[in-house]
Design a binder for this molecule. Structure first.
Ligand code: HEC
Ligand code: HEC
Length: 348
């Protein structure tokens, strides 16, 4: 997926979330984004819903699908959908759902035929996704339904009937009837919550890359100072640091040992890198720990300024493969404040 397409998608999303219409957004935030073209929206809007809504025109039968299947799918999923190696089984599994090791296949488990179409169209063949045309995908869907004994080999599967094919396990998907799972009061479905106020911007939070390229490894990392001289002035403001930590919050708990995307940071100071229990670190983080990297004011400061660069330095290579998808904090003051906050908040 190109960066341009991603950008446009983000723009579309932002517009929907913040004001509800692109033209309004243009007026309100001049210079931010542009209206997505119908073609751009169409290329993203490929979901097919259980009732068949969104199914693109086209049709196919099992016989047609089999030909495509043997060429493009059997190498991984097996000639009879039996799955090869670790690739998923696509056929069978009926009557196993109550077993200790149920075999959940698209036939035995999936509630809607539309999902089969949607999934194949969107994601298969693995490694060459979205290379199939609609007729091929209808044919493959028909073939897999036929092989699962859900339709006959001459049933034409098409936009018209994809939403009406009855799947064996459909009945076992139902709304949770337990009283404590029911919504409280009427659900608001429209104009909920009054006018929307923009209270922050992704750019200020430093989560939006300013140049193209890898969405994770953003420009900030390369322009950030690799050696931040923090040790000399260890006088941050913990209160201000608390808001700097907002950048970390999505991935780290500060006062708990519990792991999220990143390891729990409780008791961080003095701990060797990559050693928090039950957390699956990257090889590079563990290697840095083995080489003696211990988390202190200075090392944390240098790490958050440029995670990949700093960790790389420890391992004598230019960039490390840390799993921490974070560009780095540029402002030295922010870093000092953050350290002050972490010192208090991570105390054992
Ligand atoms: C290179 C190997 C490969 C090829 C070729 C391939 N697949 Fe897959 N397929 C996978 C993998 C891997 C997954 C699981 C992906 C995941 O779980 O994220 C998968 C998942 C699926 C699933 C969902 C199964 C489930 O129960 O979750 C379907 C349906 C599917 N593939 C259909 C197809 C069809 C149809 C083709 C041919 C057009 C195809 N695949 C070609 C590797 C492959
Ligand atoms: C997008 C998620 C994410 C964000 C945001 C993030 N981290 Fe991390 N952090 C991780 C992951 C994942 C690791 C594990 C890295 C590895 O194994 O290479 C990690 C590792 C660390 C470590 C090493 C801990 C250890 O046990 O060795 C520290 C320290 C750290 N992060 C601090 C921070 C701080 C401070 C911030 C905010 C400025 C932050 N992180 C932002 C995901 C994140």
């Amino acid at each position: 997926m190109s960066v341009l397409v991603k950008r446009i998608a983000l723009t579309v999303l932002a517009v929907v979330v913040t004001v509800g219409s692109a033209s309004a957004a243009e007026r309100q935030y001049p210079g931010v984004g542009r209206e997505a073209t119908p073609a751009e929206i169409q290329s993203w809007d490929i979901d097919v819903r259980p009732d068949g809504k969104g199914a693109p025109p086209g049709h196919g039968t099992a016989v047609q699908g089999e030909r495509v299947y043997l060429v493009k799918c059997a190498s991984c999923h097996g000639e009879f959908g039996e799955g090869g190696g670790r690739y998923p089984v696509l056929i069978g599994g009926f009557g196993t759902l109550k077993h200790q090791r149920p075999e959940k296949t698209i036939g035995s488990y999936w509630p809607y035929a539309s999902t089969i179409f949607d999934y194949i169209k969107r994601a298969m063949p693995f490694g060459n996704a979205q290379s199939l045309n609609n007729d091929e995908v209808y044919g493959l869907t028909a073939y897999l339904l036929f092989m699962n004994d859900i339709i006959t080999d001459d049933t034409v599967v098409s936009a018209e009937n994809i939403g009406t094919i009855e799947m064996p396990n459909r009945v076992n998907f139902f709304d949770d009837p337990r009283p404590d799972a029911q919504p409280k009061g009427e659900l608001c479905m429209k104009d909920c919550g009054g006018p929307i106020k923009v209270v922050g911007s992704a750019r200020k939070l430093d989560v939006t890359p300013e140049t193209g390229g890898d969405a994770v490894d953003v420009s900030a990392a390369s322009s950030a100072p690799t050696e931040t001289q923090v040790a000399a002035v260890p006088s941050g403001d913990a209160k201000a640091g608390r808001s700097v930590f907002n950048k970390c919050k999505a991935c780290h708990l500060v006062d708990s040992a519990k792991n999220r995307v990143g390891p729990g940071l409780k008791d961080l100071f003095g701990r060797a890198a990559g050693t928090h229990e039950d957390y699956k670190y990257s090889k590079d983080m563990m290697a840095a720990g083995d080489k003696g990297l211990v988390w202190t004011d200075e090392t944390i400061a240098a790490f958050v300024a440029d995670p990949k660069g700093y960790l790389g330095e420890q391992l004598a290579k230019s960039r490390a493969n840390t799993r921490m998808a974070f560009a780095g904090i540029r402002s030295e003051k922010d870093i000092l404040d953050l350290i002050a906050y972490l010192k208090e908040a991570t105390k054992p």
